[in-house]
Design a protein around this ligand. Structure first.
Ligand code: AHG
Ligand code: MN
Ligand code: MN
Length: 337
């Protein structure tokens, strides 16, 4: 079979490095190590039904969630590889209560925050899951990284992306020059460029929300979500409802086909408005990507996600992201227009 001469993700990383004369290759090296970790996790995910990696590990994390065996495998794979890569000075993981320092003598100039396995509740039912990562420059000068190095807003991100373990394994990332998607060819173990410069359609076809939380939403959120269900052929409404329950998978569909994903605040305690999703390693990296692809990402007060200064490692936020025009409409519901 004649293979197309595909562009590998390593070629793309090297090419984009050449766009920065001052580049030292450290960001390329960091991304390359993450890709190796992604391939290892992908192999394990694809064995999940056969190997002994489905089910829970018997542990509970800081989120109060049962840690799945695959969560733990993915978390350990990334931590071990990155801690001695020499590219990061400190890390943060959804599965670790505190920051994770780089190995002594291997401190690099970047920080890494990640969700090692997003969509854990879908692992045992063979539904797409994923790994989400975000990369900042360190703020401290040298040595072990600090909490302040990690607690940076999305508007200072250097790179962000995800690896989705679905019908195929894909890596989607941006270093600030558009969003590019690479599909793993397991027969050669390489990610090949399959979606160059992804642009999210201005207006969508899907809205994606867990309707089971309807009674916990604010009246504004209920009206806004109802808007997508109303009949208005001129704007292609009603939209179809799609909800996978894995953020990465719902995001990926909306990125490719257009759509709006919502995880609103639970307004049972309005003094502490929070959604379920975490700012540092879920909302912020995906907000970076969606803006790079021409979309928007806000919280349910209409605040740009990338402008939120994180105050703590596992801070949660409401999240509404996707097609620009559908997010713009929120402002009329918030009474801003
Ligand atoms: P994680 O598995 O990393 O904890 O993330 C799960 C998240 C996210 O993937 C998804 O969008 C959301 O949980 C689904 O929450 P509900 O089941 O409450 O809808
Ligand atoms: Mn997650
Ligand atoms: Mn997770």
């Amino acid at each position: 079979m004649k293979r197309p001469v595909g562009i590998t993700v390593h070629r793309q990383i090297t090419d984009s490095q050449q766009m920065h004369k001052e580049a030292t290759g450290d960001l390329s090296g960091l991304l390359t190590e993450l890709i190796v970790a992604g391939k290892i996790i992908s192999a394990e995910v694809n064995m999940a039904g056969l190997a002994d990696v489905i089910g829970d590990s018997g542990k509970t994390n800081i989120q109060g969630e049962e840690v799945q065996k695959l969560d733990e495998f993915a978390n350990n794979t990334i931590k071990r590889r990155m801690a001695r890569s020499g590219f990061v000075c400190v890390m943060a993981s959804e599965e670790d209560d505190e920051i994770i320092p780089a190995r002594e003598g291997y401190e690099g100039k970047y920080t890494l925050a990640f969700d090692p396995m997003d969509g854990s509740s879908n692992i045992d039912v063979n539904v797409s899951i994923g790994t989400i990562f975000s990369i900042h420059h360190r703020k401290s000068q040298e040595g072990q990284g600090t909490l302040q190095d990690i607690l940076q807003p999305g508007n200072t991100l250097v790179a962000a992306g995800y690896i989705i373990y679905g019908s195929s394994t894909m890596m989607v990332y941006s270093t600030g020059h558009g969003v590019h998607g690479f599909t793993l060819d397991p027969s050669v173990g390489e990610f090949f460029l399959s979606h160059e410069n992804i642009r999210v359609p201005e207006r969508s076809k899907y809205f994606s929300v867990n309707e089971g939380n309807y009674h916990y939403w604010s009246p504004v959120m209920r009206d806004y979500i109802q808007y997508f269900k109303e009949i208005d052929e001129s704007s292609g409404r009603p939209y179809s409802s799609r909800y996978i329950g894995t953020l990465v998978a719902d995001f990926h569909r909306n990125l490719i086909t257009g759509g709006v994903f919502l995880y609103p605040s639970d307004c049972r305690n309005p003094d502490k408005p929070q959604g379920k999703l975490r700012l540092l390693y879920e909302a912020s990296p995906l907000a970076f990507l969606i803006e790079q692809a021409g979309g928007r990402a806000v919280n349910d007060a209409g605040q740009r996600i990338l402008d939120i200064q994180p105050e703590s490692l596992h801070e949660r936020t409401s999240l509404i992201l996707g097609s620009k025009q559908d997010i713009d409409v929120l402002e009329s519901f918030l009474g801003k227009k």
